[in-house]
Design a protein around this ligand. Structure first.
Ligand SMILES: [Zn+2]
Length: 351
């Protein structure tokens, strides 16, 4: 499909401006100058979010300034084992593609575990009001995309584990449905059903999810686990953090946890779109965390981009958000929340 010509966008913009401007005149009795100023303001917000014009320099300066002061994230060695915990297919790429690539290059083993198959993103089903069957088909598609994305990063089938719990249901599993099964309003499922999942038939309860995740952790015995921070704005990410902290704490492995944030608040990460020369800066929601940064090579950035593109159903809808994570650094924090303890107190001098 050919890209939309620029003049068509411009014409659409003029039509929208005339329409909105007419509405402002009728409703609020704004005069022409006020309407022009309102239009300019809207255009500036768009340019700020997308890093256009002067805002490109502002974002570049700000991100570089903040990133410069972050200490480096310690790399992994050949005898390390990295487990990436992703609530949804695509989180593994956005948060950790560079870390996965560098771990593999160092000879370490890497596994990714997806807690859900992303089966609640109605828009991605390709239908206006999708039926449960369409959402289940979406799950299968997103699992395929996750396979393709992690293949781009060098992972094989044995390195991928799909738990198959309900998208947009994890926090309920943790809080209210720990032993009573939850039924997903999107798929009408109350148990793990997708082929290729770790334990089909497992009920949608916090206890079953915890049992599966603990089994995965015990089996792989990771030396580093990358999980969402509980400060992430998405409830599934928060729940993933709670489950991870709880199980890792129980196993006495809490110092092996590192945290990431994807949904960081205030349109994070700004600017939207692909900016591979910019470093990633700490999310507003995780501003006070002790972030460490990992530098990606040009080749690793290319492979991260290819992996992000493999999540085609997501890229179509939230591409500008996803591509904004393809940058020359990734971030991880040794602490889940800002705390009075410093990382060193947990024996984390080598983070
Ligand atoms: Zn997610």
């Amino acid at each position: 499909m050919n890209p939309t010509p620029r003049w068509l966008w411009l014409a659409a913009l003029v039509v929208v401006f005339v329409g909105v401007s007419e509405a402002l005149r009728l409703w609020w009795r704004l005069d022409l100058l006020e309407r022009l100023l309102a239009g300019l303001l809207a255009l500036s917000v768009w340019a700020f979010i997308n890093g256009r014009w002067i805002f490109a320099y502002y974002h570049a300066l700000r991100a570089s300034w903040i990133s410069r002061r972050l200490p480096p994230l310690a790399g992994l060695a050949a005898d390390d084992r990295l487990l990436v915990l992703a609530p949804h297919p695509d989180d593994e790429v956005l948060a950790a593609a560079g870390q996965i690539l560098q771990a593999l290059e160092a000879g370490a083993r890497v596994r990714v575990v997806w807690l859900t198959a992303g089966d609640a993103f109605d828009l991605a089903s390709g239908r206006p009001a999708p039926r449960p069957e369409a959402m289940r088909a979406l799950a299968t598609k997103r699992m395929e995309e996750a396979r393709a994305a992690t293949a781009q990063l060098g992972l094989g089938e044995a390195d991928r584990i799909f738990l198959g719990y309900p998208d947009q249901g994890l926090l309920r599993l943790f809080l209210t449905h720990y032993y009573l099964p939850f039924t997903s309003p999107h798929t009408r499922l109350a148990e793990v059903a997708y082929a290729g999942s770790l334990r089909p038939g497992a009920r949608y309860t916090g206890r079953d999810l915890e049992t599966d995740l603990e089994a995965v952790l015990r089996d792989f015995a990771p030396t580093r686990v990358l999980a969402p921070s509980p400060l992430d704005a998405h409830p599934d990410h928060q729940a993933a953090a709670y489950f991870a902290m709880r199980i890792m704490g129980k196993l006495g492995w809490e110092e092996r946890l590192r945290y990431y944030i994807v949904h960081g608040g205030y349109e994070y990460p700004l600017p939207k779109g692909l900016h591979p020369r910019l470093p990633l800066y700490p999310a507003p929601r995780g501003r006070r965390l002790p972030w460490r940064k990992l530098e990606l090579s040009d080749e690793q950035i290319e492979r991260k981009l290819a992996a992000a593109r493999a999540h085609a159903s997501q890229l179509r809808l939230i591409g500008n958000f996803m591509l904004a994570f393809v940058r020359r650094t990734e971030l991880a924090s040794p602490l889940p929340i800002p705390a009075r303890v410093v990382p060193e107190d947990l024996g984390l001098e080598e983070v």
